[in-house]
Design a protein around this ligand. Structure first.
Ligand SMILES: Cc1cc2nc3c(=O)[nH]c(=O)nc-3n(C[C@H](O)[C@H](O)[C@H](O)COP(=O)(O)O)c2cc1C
Length: 190
């Protein structure tokens, strides 16, 4: 059983990465294998709407990191998607990955169906829940099962040195509880 965490932040000292690491540490303590990938050093071109995936079984956009990421997403039982909130939304690089992953899956056996996971969104002030909902829509569209926590998985953090993830004790407790619930769900399902 394995959970893949993907962080959409392009920042070096990313808060989103910090929340994801917190969640993955809990999963490791529960004897679930984890992997963490940051989109910081990845290039994901946007979906062009060509619909080649419908007829060719894969995304035909070449020359970026999509295929490798997509293969890793496909292999695991669990996915945690973390995104900073930009203008109340999920960051574009994460949405580019999710749009392409969804369509390849949709036309080719819907293989995310029955996996588990959930979102984490991180903002300095406002917009967490809108971005969180965007990611939840992705999980539900693709048939993944999402456990809850004691609150929504949202972190309050700015840039390093101001208000940071490691100060957000409630947010860290929320994502830890989410991760424990995810581990419990996985042990029942897989
Ligand atoms: C272009 C841009 C847009 C942002 N929009 C919002 C926003 O709508 N609401 C908010 O509270 N914070 C906003 N922020 C702040 C980030 O969400 C916040 O710094 C977050 O911790 C960044 O996550 P990271 O450290 O993982 O990159 C924005 C930051 C940038 C650069």
């Amino acid at each position: 059983m394995k959970v893949l965490g993907i962080s959409g932040s392009l920042r070096d000292q990313s808060n989103t990465l910090y929340y994801l690491k917190t969640a993955l540490q809990v999963l490791e303590q529960e004897d679930i294998e984890t992997e963490l990938i940051s989109l910081r050093d990845k290039e994901i071109k946007p979906c062009t709407g060509c619909y080649d995936c419908q007829t060719q079984g894969c995304c035909t956009i070449r020359g970026d990191d999509f295929e490798d990421l997509f293969t890793r997403m496909r292999r695991v039982e669990g996915l945690i998607l973390g995104s900073p909130v930009y203008l109340s939304s999920v960051v574009p690089q994460m949405m580019a990955l999710l749009a392409r992953a969804t369509f390849v899956s949709y036309w080719n056996g819907r293989f995310f169906n029955g996996k588990v996971g959930g979102p984490i969104t991180v903002a300095q002030r406002a917009g967490h829940n809108l971005a969180f909902s965007q990611l939840l829509l992705w999980f539900f569209f693709n048939g993944l099962i999402v456990p809850g926590s004691i609150y929504w998985n949202v972190g309050v953090a700015g840039t390093r040195g101001a208000r940071d993830a490691d100060q957000d004790l409630i947010g860290l407790e929320v994502v830890s509880t989410f991760a424990r619930n995810l581990a419990g769900l996985m042990k029942k399902l897989f």
